[in-house]
Ligand binder design. Sequence first.
Ligand SMILES: [Zn+2]
Length: 180
Amino acid sequence: MALLKAKIVVVPLGEVDFMIVNRLAADIGPVFNRSIDILKGMKMPTEAHNVIRNQYYASVLLSKLERTKANSREKVLGVCEEDLYLPDETFVLGNSDPLAGTAVVSLFQIRQVFYGLPEDDAKVYPRLYKEAVHQLAHIFELSECRNPKCVNYYSQVMLDIDTKSNRFCDICRRRLTTLV
Ligand SMILES: [Zn+2]
């Protein structure tokens, strides 16, 4: 009998929009051929908060998320509303630790309100979905793709995210089927 595949566990962080987290959780399972659990939620850890930058340190969030794992094979995805950073980056939309099997994505800069525009779910959700799939691809050890249409394309600029599709290119899809 084949070994049962470990789950992807989705963790809502802080006061995150639960509807969007549920929708994301439902959509990512089939992409990676895994079942999904959604945890009740976790407070944003204060030790991750950088008062001067008023942002949260993504690596600290990842190590907190790692502690929610029920077993070493589980993959964990945290979703938050707060702005994230890494020491060398002004901000990050998401981050992942392939060794730990953890990823985090933020809605902060994905939301239209960040750009002074009216909120628009038709824009916000696809951005979140693409960033989450991109980060999860990392923890399934898929390296970044150079095809700007591929969901696994490295896209830090919102225009790049909006331009890329929500699907893997043929090369990534083939690699993913051998990894997942
Ligand atoms: Zn690709």
